[in-house]
Design a protein around this ligand. Structure first.
Ligand SMILES: Cc1cc2nc3c(=O)[nH]c(=O)nc-3n(C[C@H](O)[C@H](O)[C@H](O)COP(=O)(O)OP(=O)(O)OC[C@H]3O[C@@H](n4cnc5c(N)ncnc54)[C@H](O)[C@@H]3O)c2cc1C
Length: 308
């Protein structure tokens, strides 16, 4: 690594809800915090979600509402924001990291809150038609499909949540599900009450079809192997998430790529902590992401007290 040009006491990697919560908490307690965000948007997985659920408080909040509020609080608490991703971490003999601009940092502690990204289907046509019919955000792109037929694939909360957004805009929403719906009861009840939503069960998408834009998807019944074509102009894949851990040493990860950290948020590397969707065992909702951010911050604070 090149010589160090920047110093920071605490490095928080990721400007999702876990990272922003961790950064705010530590900065309010007087620590010098630098927060790194790889994307042009803060808020992570919920950055484009129109209405988040499960906050436990009355009122309607978008993911952006939460991210903007936390980002504002972070700035007021003097968190240094670096709008660049972290490309590499070294953990021994002490933590060091390099950002995407080639700047090196030598923090006392690191909190990894780099979350997860939506999984790709990995089928022909998916990348080719990204932005030309394939979308990963119903709130951002739903309007382009007004009055048209779209396919959503996935069975979990995110798939049903996005299908509910599209059902208000599109003529027909066809859900292609490999397994029964695994979403919250509330979502399942709401989607069942929409008469423009239909389901193709036990099936997966094997190809995205089109010319200038998407014209359909090829669907395979996983039980019978029979393939069919479903005509549509849009495809929204929500088949789960994969952790963003490519920049971390393999020794910190489990076989699925999640960071292994216990309830104390400590990883296998001294002074490196992990919180939120990047962590093995994370519960999966935003309240937990924020709570884990604060929990990891508390653990890192105790570590800093031991160092000084
Ligand atoms: C479509 C959808 C809808 C959802 N709706 C709800 C809901 O209504 N209610 C609910 O409770 N939960 C919901 N969830 C789940 C919730 O979004 C996540 O559990 C939670 O936001 C995870 O937060 P996080 O901060 O741990 O990770 P993330 O949100 O993934 O944030 C991680 C951040 O780190 C950044 N990053 C990644 N790599 C790097 C790097 N190398 N350097 C710097 N930055 C990096 C990313 O760009 C991102 O901003 C939803 C999820 C999805 C996909």
């Amino acid at each position: 690594m090149r010589p160090l040009r920047n110093q920071c006491e605490v490095a928080v990697i990721g400007g999702g809800l876990a990272g922003l919560s961790a950064a705010c908490h530590m900065a309010r307690l007087g620590r010098l915090v630098t927060l790194f965000e790889a994307s042009y948007m803060f808020g992570g997985l919920v950055a484009t979600v129109d209405e988040v659920h499960g906050l436990g408080v009355p009122g309607k909040f978008s993911g952006q509402d939460l991210a903007v509020h936390l980002l504002d609080a972070a700035r007021k608490a003097a968190v240094q924001i670096v709008e660049a991703g972290v490309e590499k971490i070294e953990t021994a003999p002490q933590p060091r990291l390099r950002d995407a601009e080639g700047r090196d940092y030598k923090p006392e502690v690191i909190i990894v809150a780099s979350g997860a990204s939506l999984r790709k289907l990995g089928v022909p046509g998916e990348e080719e038609f990204l932005g030309r019919g394939v979308s990963r955000c119903a709130t951002c792109d739903g309007g382009f499909f007004r009055g048209q037929d779209v396919v959503v694939t996935g069975s979990g909360d995110a798939a049903v949540e996005e299908a509910l957004v599209l059902a208000k805009i599109c003529r027909r929403v066809i859900m292609v599900c490999r397994s029964p719906l695994k979403a919250k009861r509330e979502y399942v009840d709401r989607i069942a009450s929409r008469d423009n939503v239909t389901f193709i069960w036990d099936s997966q998408i094997t190809e995205v079809l089109g010319e200038q834009g998407v014209t359909g998807v090829r669907v395979r019944d996983v039980k019978t192997g029979v393939q069919s074509v479903v005509e549509c102009t849009g495809l929204f894949p929500f088949i789960g998430v994969a952790p963003n851990t490519g920049f971390l040493p393999a020794a910190l990860l489990d076989r699925n790529g999640h960071v292994q950290a216990g309830d104390d948020y400590r990883t296998a590397a001294p002074r490196v902590f992990a919180a939120g969707a990047v962590r093995k065992g994370y519960g999966g909702n935003i309240v937990q992401a924020m709570a884990e951010g604060i929990g990891a911050a508390e653990a890192a604070l105790r570590e800093l007290e031991n160092i000084s």
